[in-house]
Design a protein around this ligand. Structure first.
Ligand code: CDP
Length: 775
């Protein structure tokens, strides 16, 4: 009997259009999940189109001849390719003896949870073994980070002796190497969630592996929740959940009746040294001491200590919080290595953080340098928490742990994001220490006291409980899922959900009843933050598609703010002069567009970027993103090539109006209590009444009294300072014009709300009051 949509987990939203309904596979509308058969679910969605789905299945693919027949496979299992030269290494991995057991579990239960130490071989071996399972031809392994997805695909392609993009490939946002012949694909969690929007039951895969679930990233948790919904409808689908350490009960409770397997780790004893005595070998300038936390200076000293005093062979891994600190430590150590070469030996200093290009990341896998005059030579890797579990580096014997990590969170009441160093959890501290004992006994220098360790939380708070949910909620809404009824391992707090819904209403992505609008659907097509995709949708109304497309590409790379290279004092004047050539009087958004246009006009040349003090890698990446977004714009019929020429003065105001539409909740006004011309200006955010200042990277002058500013990010970088960055000056009159096209209230109403006046004054009285006080 058909019981209608209410029984169907994919039909919660009342907002779905008939066209959307047609995208639901017929199996979902059956009354009982068990009634669906694999055959019935394999029918493609009516809305499915190979051009929309980069993962489209190739029915013509057949297995190539395995290059080797010596592997130990059981009758009934398929043989897969492998490169013999890796076999002995693979066999030595702690996971290898469990191969048959793992395959058996995957064959027997729909969900298997596998817990194993970092480096035990989970991410490289299990996906390959899945390919041996009967009736399995397509395997996807999803990772929280792009760097891990790319480097694993490369590694596994080598182990199988195939090219990357052939049997083994990867897909990450704005970059992919995969083809119709790809049977094992490494992707990021975000890519898989996006794919779920068009392939709602992930028919493209027979096995889905979700790796590093212990990190509890927002998108990983969402992915796990979505995949749980598919299970009753695809009984033949196999799910493997993998993790370094696991709060196992949470995951097993979430997936009832799943199989659990723990791979015993092989860890040598690790000596843990708390708050080591600091040896003042390096003379740090006062500025450095003020600029950086104590642990940064301590970390440098401990590296020196190890290099000079330690007789044990082995590499060093330092955990700090971010790129700035890493670059600083690397530079400082490079200098010290030259000065103290005779006593330190040769040290290869290697930075490691997520946004590094793949080729630079490869340096961490290289062997330590040759010994120098009988002194031990070492690799010294300065990393973020990416080296905690995501990437395994061989040969580490010394770990230096700052005890800090940069965690992003969003203030529940306002919308300010913060990215602040906070204390790590005890489980992170243990993971970090564990990196020292993979190949021999090691040492972990903890740059904090035992008491500080005891005071740490047991586990890190999952991202779903501390993040901005705006883009995720829109994605779920478009899939017809309400976050209120969405089952996830931990539930977000209601304030967070409310905040995101309000933002989406203000952006016109949702109507006041929380139904997705056409604008919302168009926004969800872009793999971008909600604010940026709203700008793109608005660009059509203001005939500035090309410019907003460029801006979106510039804002969506890894570090949009760093397109201007920071230089030392000597070159600063020249760099500022070069920067001045691109500066637009309205602020950063149009300045970024200028930079990109000049980069293109000058043939995208690296030497040109060098001369202009611009970061070539960032511009190159923006160029790739630009082409991908252009593709989506064309699909949506957004690009018409008759749009006005950029040089037209009317055009700038159009561009700024489109930018304002996307950032309608991100406005700041000058602080009326600080009228002094000539002093550094403070601003107050319109939505939440916070005092902010312009970030030093801004094009606008800190000393000018702008009436209204629109910003792309608001960041609290330490307890005292809140900055707005990527800022443009906006004409007051534009606000009400733009707000009329969105769900945002009038500026006057907003100001009144801010001052709690609305309840006892009429709008007319208010406008008189604001005029009188020139607010
Ligand atoms: O997933 P898990 O942390 O358990 O281990 P893995 O990533 O499968 O690593 C197994 C082995 O492959 C380790 O010895 C790594 O050093 C090596 N590996 C590598 O050389 N290059 C990669 N991109 C990934 C792993």
């Amino acid at each position: 009997p058909s019981t209608g949509p209410s029984n169907n987990p994919f039909t919660h939203s009342s907002s779905r259009s008939p066209a959307h309904d047609s995208a639901v596979p017929s199996a979902y509308t059956s009354a009982s999940p068990s009634a669906s058969t694999p055959a019935s679910t394999s029918a493609h969605h009516p809305a499915y189109s190979p051009t929309h789905n980069p993962f489209s299945n190739s029915s013509s693919y057949t297995w190539g001849n395995p290059t080797d027949s010596t592997q130990d496979y059981k009758p009934g299992r398929k043989k897969i390719r492998q490169n013999m030269s890796f076999l002995s290494k693979r066999r030595a991995l702690p996971i290898w003896p469990y191969k048959s057991e793992i395959i058996r579990r995957i064959e027997q239960s729909q969900v298997v949870i596998i817990e194993g130490e970092t480096g035990s071989g989970k991410s490289t071996q299990i996906p390959q073994w899945c390919l041996e399972v009967e009736n399995v031809s397509k395997v996807v392994c999803s990772q929280p980070r792009r760097i891990a997805a790319i480097s694993l695909a490369n590694r596994v392609a080598h182990e199988m002796g195939v090219g990357v993009g052939d049997e083994v490939g990867y897909v990450v946002r704005f970059e992919h190497k995969s083809s119709l012949t790809t049977n094992l694909k490494y992707v990021t969690d975000g890519i898989l969630v996006r794919q779920l929007m068009t392939d709602r039951s992930l028919e493209a895969y027979d096995v889905i592996i979700i790796d590093e679930v212990h990190e509890r990233r927002l998108v990983t948790d969402i992915l796990i929740g979505l995949i749980k919904q598919i299970l009753p409808y695809r009984p033949e689908l196999r799910i493997v959940i993998m993790s370094a350490t696991l709060n196992k009960n949470k995951f097993s409770d979430f997936f009832e009746n799943c199989g659990n397997l723990k791979i015993p780790g092989q860890i040598y004893p690790i000596e843990k040294i708390f708050s080591p005595a600091v040896i003042e070998r390096a003379a740090f300038g006062e500025d450095d001491q003020k600029r950086y936390e104590k642990y940064v200076i301590q970390a440098i000293n401990v590296v020196m200590e190890i290099c000079i005093m330690e007789r044990t062979q082995g590499d060093i891994l330092v955990f700090v919080t971010g790129r700035d600190e890493i670059d600083y430590i690397c530079e400082y150590l490079e200098d010290l290595c030259v000065t103290y070469k005779d006593s330190m030996g040769t040290i290869d200093i290697i930075p490691l953080y997520g946004e590094l290009p793949y080729s630079s990341q490869q340096r961490i896998f290289a062997k330590a340098p040759k010994s120098f005059q009988g002194r031990i030579s070492r690799k010294c890797i300065i990393a973020t928490n990416i080296a905690e579990t995501s990437i395994t580096i061989e040969g580490i014997v010394f770990v230096i742990d700052s005890g800090k990590v940069k965690l992003s969170s969003v203030d529940q009441k306002c919308h300010m994001k913060s990215l602040l160093p906070v204390d790590i959890s005890k489980s992170s501290a243990e993971q970090r220490a564990g990196r020292a004992g993979r190949t021999q006994p090691g040492k972990c220098y903890r740059l904090y006291s035992q008491d500080a360790y005891e005071a740490m939380a047991n586990d890190t708070i999952p991202e779903i409980m501390r993040s901005d949910l705006t883009s995720v909620i829109l994605q779920l809404k478009v899939m017809g899922i309400d976050l209120e009824t969405f089952e996830s391992i931990d539930q977000p707090n209601p304030d967070q959900r409310q905040l995101a819904l309000e933002r989406l209403i203000q952006l016109n992505a949702l109507d006041p009843y929380h139904n997705v609008t056409e604008i919302g659907r168009q926004m969800a097509r872009f793999p971008l933050d909600a604010e940026v995709s709203r700008m793109l949708v608005a660009s059509k109304d203001y005939s500035c598609q090309n410019e907003i497309l460029t801006l979106a590409a510039m804002l969506s790379g890894d570090r949009p703010g760093s397109v201007f290279v920071l230089v030392g004092k000597k070159k600063r004047e020249k760099a500022m002069e070069a920067r001045g050539q691109f500066a637009h009087p309205s602020g950063d958004h149009l300045t970024y567009i200028n930079v990109f246009n000049h980069f293109k006009a000058n043939g995208c040349r690296e030497d040109w970027c060098f001369d202009k003090f611009l970061n070539f890698k960032i511009l190159n990446e923006a160029s790739t993103i630009h082409s991908q977004l252009e593709h989506i714009m064309i699909e949506l019929n957004f690009l018409d090539h008759n749009s006005l020429r950029y040089s037209s003065p009317a055009k700038d105001s159009n561009i700024l109006k489109a930018i304002l539409t996307g950032n309608i909740s991100q406005l700041a006004q000058r602080d009326p209590l600080q009228p002094h011309v000539g002093s550094r200006q403070q601003f107050i955010t319109v939505l939440d009444n916070l005092k902010v200042t312009l970030h030093p990277s801004c094009t606008l002058s800190e000393y000018t009294q702008y009436e209204l500013l629109c910003y792309s990010s608001c960041l609290k970088t330490n307890a005292r300072k809140s900055y707005i960055s990527t800022v443009s000056s906006i004409n007051m009159e534009w606000y009400d014009e733009v707000a009329g096209t969105t769900g945002a209230p009038s500026l006057m109403k907003r100001r009144a709300e801010r001052m709690h006046l609305l309840s006892f004054m009429t709008e007319l009285e208010l406008s008189q009051l604001f005029n009188d006080f020139n607010i």
